[in-house]
Design a protein around this ligand. Structure first.
Ligand SMILES: [Zn+2]
Length: 326
């Protein structure tokens, strides 16, 4: 018995050792597997964020500018792996590249806008500016330099991003028809007050200064197009007529309801630009699910562009514009 009982502890010890080794290997495998899953998840997440930002920050070359080196390398890697990764949600805008500006389909036709000059102001910016600036050159009061804007109930997108996306598309659309277009901003992360935007617009003596916005309301059923203008200034007698031209052209092109023109003294960005035909266009409600989805829909965005192009063609050329600004 003693003869047989002696090797047993050694064998048991050896078995125990093997089991511990197997356990260590198994744990190591688990750690490696979890690591791979986490990295893949981060790559997929970074790609989704990058695609979501589309032609706003991305196309003007600022995507990832504030991210760490580690995140930047993930972005680069994810771009290279784009074809092998699953497609992102259909609700995200169509552009997937980080460099190219929006392109207009070749079949697009519209009025000849040769000789027209338009300034576009995609409303708001990535970070609001609560500093105050004078409401008007003639009235007392002050206003935030740049307010925050609304947000999509269905898309979750911030208004400033949608405004710029449509603005960049509209610029390309109008230019294709021969129009000269200037934009107050082509990036989301800027700091340009409403008065500064107005002064930028004034410097070009345009035929129309169009401030692109999306509306918001506590009533989720409210929808439609609205045009706000100053209630004073050089073009006061014509502004309602021109606003109706804009609203109706847009309504005809998109099928959305035109709610009307609203003259008001509440908008610093209009009050400081009364020497030119200035319009604050509310293209639709992001607090209405249906319109929110449409405002991010590439086909619908092209309809908005068609309506605005039609409107521009009906505007008189600004007689005050110096020849060298044409
Ligand atoms: Zn707005």
């Amino acid at each position: 018995m003693r003869k047989h009982s002696q090797p047993q502890p050694r064998e048991a010890f050896r078995k125990q050792g093997v089991m511990i080794l197997v356990l260590i290997i198994a744990i190591l495998c688990c750690v490696v597997a979890i690591g791979v899953i986490v990295v893949m998840d981060q790559i997929a997440h970074m790609r989704a964020s990058e695609t979501y930002s589309t032609m706003d920050t991305a196309q003007v070359g600022t995507s990832g500018a504030t991210t760490s080196t580690e995140e930047t390398s993930l972005i680069t890697e994810s771009s290279a792996a784009e074809t092998t990764l699953p497609a992102v949600s259909e609700t995200t805008p169509q552009a997937t590249t980080t460099q190219s500006l929006p392109t207009i389909p070749s079949g697009i036709t519209g009025p000849d806008l040769t000789g027209y000059v338009v300034v576009l102001d995609p409303g708001h910016q990535e970070k609001p500016n609560r500093e105050q600036e004078p409401l008007s050159p003639t009235m007392s009061g002050s206003k935030d330099k740049v307010s925050a804007g609304t947000q999509g109930v269905a898309t979750g997108r911030p208004e400033y991003e949608v405004n710029l996306e449509i603005g960049l598309l509209l610029r390309a659309y109008l230019e294709k028809l021969g129009c000269v277009v200037y934009m107050t901003r082509t990036e989301n992360d800027v700091n340009i007050s409403n008065i500064e935007r107005a002064q930028f617009a004034l410097s070009y003596s345009p035929d129309a200064y169009i401030r692109l916005h999306c509306d918001g309301s506590s009533d989720p059923n409210r929808k439609g197009i609205g045009v706000f203008v100053a209630d004073t200034g050089k073009h006061k007698s014509k502004l309602v007529e021109w606003s109706d031209m804009l609203g109706e052209a847009l309504s005809e092109a998109t099928g959305a309801k035109y709610r009307g023109c609203f003259p008001s003294g509440r908008y610093s960005g209009l009050n400081w630009a009364t020497d030119i035909p200035s319009f604050l266009l509310e293209m639709g409600y992001m607090t209405n699910k249906e319109e929110d989805l449409l405002l991010s829909d590439p086909d619908y965005q092209l309809k908005i562009c068609a309506g605005i192009a039609d409107f521009v063609s009906q505007m008189p050329l600004n007689p005050d514009r110096p020849k060298d600004l044409d």
